[in-house]
Design a protein around this ligand. Structure first.
Ligand SMILES: Cc1cc2nc3c(=O)[nH]c(=O)nc-3n(C[C@H](O)[C@H](O)[C@H](O)COP(=O)(O)OP(=O)(O)OC[C@H]3O[C@@H](n4cnc5c(N)ncnc54)[C@H](O)[C@@H]3O)c2cc1C
Length: 440
């Protein structure tokens, strides 16, 4: 059987690419070895944010209710069954979307043999190949590590661990530590350097305080030495409990990749701006690519870029406006080019009318402008950071001047008007903020 395009992997990157190719009248097959949806749907964003939501409601609804004069009592019910149903629904949707667009789907492991792709004994040929095979957890090389859980497994547990040790203070590890603590686990978070090393000190301090408020014991500058069932020996002491390793990921290279003679290294496959590899018939997208921020929305963007490029369009990937969100409470979101920042402004959400109505006390919107006065960076710490950061992403992409943003009448009262208030601060127009006696 021959297809115009074969896509290996039915995750965030693969289902987008397959659907776009099919909608444009080309024959396409998307091959998935487990279930459609990939990590984001099955063991990443979706189950993780579902548990984040549950833990948020459990921990904060009573408090928010009290603030608003309501008496609310929240108890956990069948949270894991609800999560499993949602994951199954979205996974099935990924497959159906490809088929609805006119694409063929195959279940089984794709093995590459030059211009032939083998799946479950069938031999498929292609004109163009897209590799969207994603990534898998990368575990530390310590004795007994096989007794622990990966981050993918941790978000799919069907019980609340009594005691949990999370190794790795990056995005996933910090999120897992907080939501299980809020669900009732006694959590220790152990990390090599500092937690959330890629975010600013301002944001890290707020998240750290929040973790401590939730009862998470944070042990920084600490590394695991060995695991003996539920005992983890580390450089900063011994801890007991179920152990989760959230210690990074490695690309999934399909069997036979070497037969394509494409350039790759241990971080992934090398591509140009249209996601094409060093082999002109082969594209690579998503977590399997050698790039910095491996998130679902960049994987999806690359799905569009690669498929449009195969369809003959001159489109290029732009990584300068890929927001990243840490789903802790409060959330931390960043976007843009921090190295180009010449001036910074910050609007505290404690001065936002809508935030005050909500009962949000902490958090801020921070903006960075470049030497031409254009917005080039944004950082938001807030319950709504995941939404607010998208506005800043748009402003950066549109090369918006800070002054134009300052005078933009965003909805009042809304938390997101903090974006234009942060821009106002650059021109001493942030009239909602109390100044100290020096006017500073
Ligand atoms: C705990 C956790 C939380 C996360 N939270 C977020 C978040 O909130 N927001 C965000 O943007 N990102 C998040 N991510 C990252 C996000 O999940 C990934 O960036 C995204 O899933 C990458 O998509 P992909 O299509 O490249 O790869 P994947 O989702 O890994 O999909 C690849 C697919 O290819 C299949 N496959 C592999 N090899 C073969 C083969 N040989 N034959 C056939 N099929 C094959 C796999 O089974 C898989 O289904 C999170 C990740 C984790 C682990």
């Amino acid at each position: 059987m021959k297809f115009d395009v074969i896509v290996i992997g039915g995750g965030s990157a693969g289902y987008v690419a397959g659907s776009v190719i099919a909608r444009n009248g080309k024959s396409v097959a998307v091959i998935e070895k487990e279930k459609f949806g990939g990590v984001c749907v099955r063991s990443g964003c979706v189950p993780s944010i579902f548990l984040y939501d549950v833990s948020f409601f459990l921990s904060r609804l009573t408090e928010i209710g009290n603030y608003k004069g309501l008496s609310i009592k929240v108890d956990p019910d069948d949270i894991f069954a609800s999560r499993n149903n949602l994951v199954e629904y979205l996974s099935e949707a990924g497959k159906k979307l490809v088929e609805n667009s006119g694409g063929a789907t195959f279940l089984g492991e794709a093995k590459i043999n030059g211009s032939i792709i083998e799946v479950e004994g069938e031999k498929l040929e292609y004109d163009n190949l897209i590799i969207a095979s994603g990534s898998s957890p990368s575990l530390p090389r310590i004795k007994g590590v096989e007794n622990g859980l990966t981050e993918d497994q941790a978000v799919n547990l069907n019980h609340i661990p009594k005691e949990l040790i999370v190794v790795g203070g990056g995005f996933a590890g910090t999120e897992i530590a907080q939501f299980y603590a809020r669900l009732g686990s006694t959590v220790t978070l152990v990390t090599k350097g500092r937690i959330l090393k890629d975010v600013s000190d301002d944001a890290r301090t707020i998240v750290r305080d929040s973790l401590e408020w939730d009862g998470v014991t944070v042990r920084e500058n600490c590394e695991p030495v060995y695991q003996d069932r539920e005992l983890l020996k580390t450089t900063c002491g011994e801890f007991r409990g179920e152990v989760v390793y959230a210690t990074g990921r490695r690309p999934n290279f399909p069997t036979g990749l070497e037969s394509l003679h494409i350039e790759a290294n241990c971080n992934g496959i090398k591509v140009d701006k249209s996601m094409r590899t060093s082999n002109p018939k082969v594209w690579a997208i998503g977590d399997v690519v050698d790039k910095e921020r491996k998130v679902a929305h960049s994987a999806m963007m690359e799905g569009y870029i690669s498929s449009l490029s195969i369809l003959g369009r001159d489109v290029r990937v732009d990584y300068t406006v890929v927001p990243q969100v840490v789903y802790t409470d409060p959330q931390v979101a960043v976007v843009g080019r921090p190295r180009e920042v010449k001036r910074v402004s910050k609007f505290p959400l404690g001065a936002s009318t809508r935030a005050i109505i909500h009962g949000i006390k902490e958090g801020y919107v921070k903006l960075g402008v470049d030497d031409e006065g254009k917005i080039c960076y944004g950082e938001v710490v807030s319950q709504y950071a995941e939404e607010i950061i998208n506005i800043i992403a748009l402003a950066i992409k549109a090369q918006m001047k800070a002054e134009d943003l300052a005078l933009l009448p965003l909805v009042h009262p809304s938390v997101s008007e903090g974006v234009s208030n942060a821009a106002k601060a650059l021109f001493n127009l942030d009239v909602d903020v109390f100044k100290d006696s020096n006017g500073a």
